[in-house]
Design a protein around this ligand. Sequence first.
Ligand code: FES
Length: 146
Amino acid sequence: MAYSEKVMDYFSNPRNVGEIKDADGIGEVGNSRCGDIMKMYIKVDDSGVITDCKFKTFGCGAAIATSSMATTLIKGKTVDEALKLTNKAVMEALDGLPPVKVHCSVLAEEAIKAALSDYYTRKGIDPEPIVGKIESHDHEDLACDL
Ligand code: FES
């Protein structure tokens, strides 16, 4: 399995690792088969711009690289723009992932959606019509290469 240089870079020197103590939204997702867990923190200003984003990932290299790349892609964006971020865009920004690792990038997309969902909930807004249903983090259908 060959990783792109960018994946290796984001895995070895992940950007935005950590947590935000006074976060406006926190999302945690996991893959029950490999046991990998991703936690995403966002800080949002009054105009709806994501001013900071940090993550913690207990998981494989691709999960770390994709969650790190996802944080850099949504930082400075509005919550609406962040909602449109797909795992495909994250993979493209990393110059691709081996097919068996695609599901790791799905986890990164879901972590952002979970953080946004929490952000709306804290504001007293029902997140489901905006963010969609956050799944039970069960990816039995996805092959997980340990
Ligand atoms: Fe489980 Fe990558 S997220 S192997």
